[in-house]
Every structure is written in C-alpha cells, then in structure tokens.
Design a protein around this ligand. Structure first.
Ligand code: SAM
Length: 226
C-alpha cells in the first residue's frame, strides 16, 4: 500500500509503517528549501525520497567522498539537494536527468535558491538518450526511475547503462526495488516484473557486489568490482 505522508514523501508500509513514522519523527526539522518541496509534493502527488532516505543519500555520498555523481530521475530536486549538500563538502558535482521540462525548470530554481548551482548540471530529457552521452567514471549513481519504466525491459536496460558509467569501486544506489512488496507477486504487472528482473540481474551481476535494504520502498546498493 502507498500513502502520502505529511512530509509529502510517499510511504510504503513494506516493513512496519509505525517504524517509518518513528524514523521520520526523529529527523531534525528541514530548512525552507526542503519543506517547500515536501509541501509541493504533497499538493501535486509527487514522489520524493523523503527526509530519512534523503539523509541516507547525503551520508552515503559524504562517507565515500563522492565527487562525480549522477541522479537519474530528479523531479523537483529534493534528493538532489541532499546529494549536493554532501558534494559541496567533497568538492563534487551532480549531473541530473529529468524528462519533464517543467520539473527541470523548478529543480534548477530550487538548486539555485539553495546556493548550490555551481555544483549541479540538470539535463532535460530521457535517460536512455542522455546516459550514453555522459562521460564515464562516476563515483556514485542514484537511479530513481524504476517505477516509471515504459516496459518490462527498461529497468534492466537502465542497470546495464549504469554499470559502464561507474568507476571501479563506484556505487550505484537504486530506489523502489521492493515496489510496495509487489515484487513478491508471481503474476505482477510489467513494471514490477521489470523490477524483479532488475533485482535478479544486479544480485548476480559479474561486475557488481550488491545488497537490497528494506528501507522505505527498498533500496539496492551495488559496488562495481575491480
Ligand atoms: C521517483 S521520481 C524521482 C524523485 C527524486 N529522485 C527525489 O527523490 O527528489 C522519478 C522521476 O523520474 C522521472 N523520469 C521517469 N522516467 C524517466 C525517463 N525515462 N527519463 C528521464 N526522467 C524520467 C519522472 O518524471 C520523475 O520526476
């Protein structure tokens, strides 16, 4: 089941919704940039990572001293702000991809208003077109489009485009890999079948070492082997 929480982020009770609320209540208050995005998401039904996973991304980027970072599926820049706040400290740069032009405009405004413009480039368009044009050697890739796949094969296609873009030792983080627990279904719809195939592929991928964590809607963390 999916519900919008009071921060505007989707909530997915794949584990225990009371635990999700507990974790959320422990989070320190967000600044105006993030709270405005949370309110906008609530009004417009946008799906954002929310404060707990945002903090998770921030710490991952900071802990690995990520510099060259890519976000695929940026919406209005909420997760991007968490990543950029880490990248500002590491001297890094975020390349972001979003297909809705009006979301790109808003994300650019948000990043600018947060004073993070110089650390970010946002591309408007389809990831399948833009990713093959990017330089390689990303330290960190955040893949957040799995629920929007156009067909059963697209999730795995995205994975196969991410792997060559990562440097050796680089990290891929993918969101929604448990898809509201629909991955448990034998007769799932095509998008979910695509995520099931994605999970199988990343757990057996010869170039990746991976784990799936039941955080929020399921987060995969993969490290590219040397
Ligand atoms: C789950 S939302 C991303 C949320 C964002 N990462 C955050 O937490 O702030 C997914 C976004 O990916 C975008 N998207 C979906 N399919 C895409 C595609 N094929 N190419 C580019 N963007 C896409 C959608 O428009 C949507 O804004």
């Amino acid at each position: 089941m999916i519900r919008n929480d009071r921060e505007g982020a989707m909530r997915y009770d794949i584990t225990n919704i009371a635990i999700e609320d507990y974790l959320l209540d422990l989070m320190p208050p967000r600044d105006q940039v993030l709270t405005e995005l949370e309110e906008r998401a609530l009004i417009h039904g946008l799906s954002l990572v929310g404060p707990v996973q945002g903090q998770f991304l921030y710490l991952q980027a900071l802990n690995m001293n990520a510099r060259k970072t890519l976000e695929i599926g940026t919406t209005t820049g909420y997760a991007a702000i968490y990543l950029l706040r880490a990248l500002k400290q590491t001297g890094g740069h975020l390349t972001a991809i979003e297909r809705h032009p009006e979301r790109v405009v808003l994300a650019k405004e948000v990043v600018a208003s947060a004073g993070l413009n110089e650390y970010c480039t946002i591309h408007s368009g389809e990831w399948s077109t833009i990713m093959p044009t990017l330089d390689h050697d990303f330290d960190l890739i955040f893949l957040d489009v799995l629920r929007s796949a156009a067909n059963e094969g697209q999730a795995t296609q995205a994975l196969e485009l991410c792997v060559p873009l990562l440097r050796t030792g680089g990290v891929l983080i993918a969101d929604n890999v448990l898809c509201s627990a629909q991955v448990l279904e034998d007769d799932a719809p095509p998008v979910v079948r695509g995520i099931q195939a994605f999970n199988k592929r990343l757990m057996s991928h010869e170039q990746l070492e991976s784990v799936i964590i039941p955080l929020r809607d399921g987060v995969a963390i993969c490290r590219k082997r040397g």
